[in-house]
Write a protein that binds this ligand. Structure first.
Ligand SMILES: Cc1ncc(COP(=O)(O)O)c(C=O)c1O
Ligand SMILES: [Zn+2]
Length: 440
């Protein structure tokens, strides 16, 4: 197993730039910045990714209340623009656990957040920071869920919201949400990565405040997924899970969970040996992170042509890779790619347990099954799979994966005949019905 490198890095002392014990550090060169004075998403000196840092990192005893803001001691503010979010179920799925063959399998269903995905956790914090910085317009590029969450939180905060979507590649439920919550929706003739390029340009020209996961404060909110999993699993099992398997797009959650664990390790609340192995899953048609892990690359290579039915993770240039690759490597995890067919099967497997998820979410379970079959995951492991978005986000994919409705006549006897497996004519007492009836 890889040696655990769980240091937070950067200055150990509070820099002058800090505001109430919070500051930003460049993960590449270590430069520090004031958190809310100017709008910046990357390092002024080297363009590296920024990370929020705190004078104090929390222990489990510091957490109080429910939902994302239970973890305010690990966040830049005490409270934010809330709907409220977090506190999602950690489902037991005993049949699937037996079928896949691990000691414990639990499903952390992030589809149960207010707008139906984990993005709400990032937005409750990100929009609070936008208020602090004092901006007029919020913006994001999105494969769908980010736009749905930003539109709702932007509406709640009474801020103008602009979303850029790849034309024709966003699931219907997500566009409907952005639309009804009042965002201005621009459909770009390009993929998600082109949308992100444009919105980054707009942000750097001061046209909007960027709320993609490149914004370090989004990831602060998403850390709370990690805190919740650890707390809940420990409550139930008296130990922490061995592994967390999650779908990967821009790799924001992978980076956020890794940061949550490092902060707990720094405070002494979590032993380095208890940090779960972060295991990322991508669709075969959009798997730059898997390529980087398998080939031991220092960074991901951009995939210009990406395709998968799991549109939420149809991403070829994961911006958080520099934060997430060490997360996978230093926790002893791995990354794996799965086919769209296996993703749909996993979506059905979860649905059979009553857990309704969108395709990207099911990738975690498909990935776990693959790693169990290859022997990379041990049967004795305690595993949590993250399911990131709700089934209703992508009704078309759900309908395709599920059974077709059966047309029946408007007649109880005929419905009973149909249920008994008899052929029933749809035109009731029409000529065809009479003929078929006579033949029976
Ligand atoms: C449902 C769903 N799953 C997974 C992801 C990918 O998450 P991340 O960018 O944190 O890897 C997204 C967002 O892009 C999503 O909407
Ligand atoms: Zn730098």
């Amino acid at each position: 197993m890889a040696t655990l490198d769980l240091e937070l890095g950067g200055p150990q002392t509070v820099p002058e730039a800090a505001d109430d014990g919070v500051w930003l550090t460049c993960i590449e060169c270590g430069e520090t910045f004031a958190p809310f004075d100017d709008v910046r998403y990357t390092c002024d000196d080297c363009d590296g990714l920024l990370e929020a840092r705190y004078a104090d990192t929390p222990t489990f005893d510091d957490f109080e209340g429910r939902g994302v803001w239970r973890y305010s001691e690990a966040l830049p503010f005490e409270e934010g623009v809330t709907l409220p979010e977090g506190d999602t179920p950690l489902h037991y799925v005993p049949d699937l656990e037996d079928d896949i063959g691990v000691r414990n399998l639990r499903i952390k269903h992030e589809g149960m957040n207010p707008t139906g995905s984990f993005k709400d956790r990032g937005m409750t914090v990100g929009v609070r920071v936008a208020q602090e910085v004092g901006v007029d317009r919020l913006a994001c590029a999105s494969t769908g869920n980010t736009s749905a969450a930003l539109s709702a939180y932007g509406a709640r905060a009474n801020l103008e919201t602009l979303v850029l979507l790849p034309a024709g590649k966003v699931a219907a439920g997500k566009v409907a949400q952005a639309s009804l919550h009042g965002a201005r929706i621009l459909e770009v003739d390009g993929n998600f990565d082109s949308c992100l390029d444009i919105v980054q340009d707009l942000a750097s020209r001061g046209e909007a405040y960027l709320l993609n996961s490149l914004n370090p404060f989004r990831l602060e909110g998403q850390k709370t997924i990690g805190f919740e999993i650890l707390e809940r699993f420990y409550e139930d099992e008296g130990r922490f899970p061995d592994r967390i398997v999650l779908p990967v797009g821009n790799a924001g959650n992978t980076a956020a969970l890794y940061k949550a664990f490092r902060e707990l390790v720094r405070s002494g609340a979590l032993a380095p040996g208890d940090v779960p192995k972060l295991t990322g899953v991508q669709a075969e048609g959009a798997a730059p992170m898997v390529e980087a892990i398998e080939n031991d690359l220092a960074d991901t290579k951009r995939w210009d042509d990406v395709e998968t039915r799991a549109t939420a993770i149809r991403i070829g240039n994961p911006v958080n890779a520099p934060k997430a690759l060490p997360g996978i490597r230093n926790t002893g995890g791995t990354a794996v790619a799965v086919s769209d067919e296996r993703i749909t099967e996993a979506q059905r497997d979860l649905a059979e347990q009553g857990v309704g998820v969108e395709p990207a979410s099911a990738a975690s379970v498909a990935g776990l099954r693959k790693l169990r079959l290859s022997g990379e995951v041990d049967p004795g492991e305690d595993v949590v799979c993250l399911t990131t978005g709700h089934l209703l986000k992508d009704p078309e994919a759900a309908a395709e994966a599920g059974a077709d409705p059966e047309p029946v006549p408007n007649d109880t006897d005929k419905v009973l005949d149909h249920l008994a497996g008899k052929r029933v004519s749809l035109d009731g007492d029409g000529l065809l019905g009479k003929v078929l009836g006579a033949l029976r």
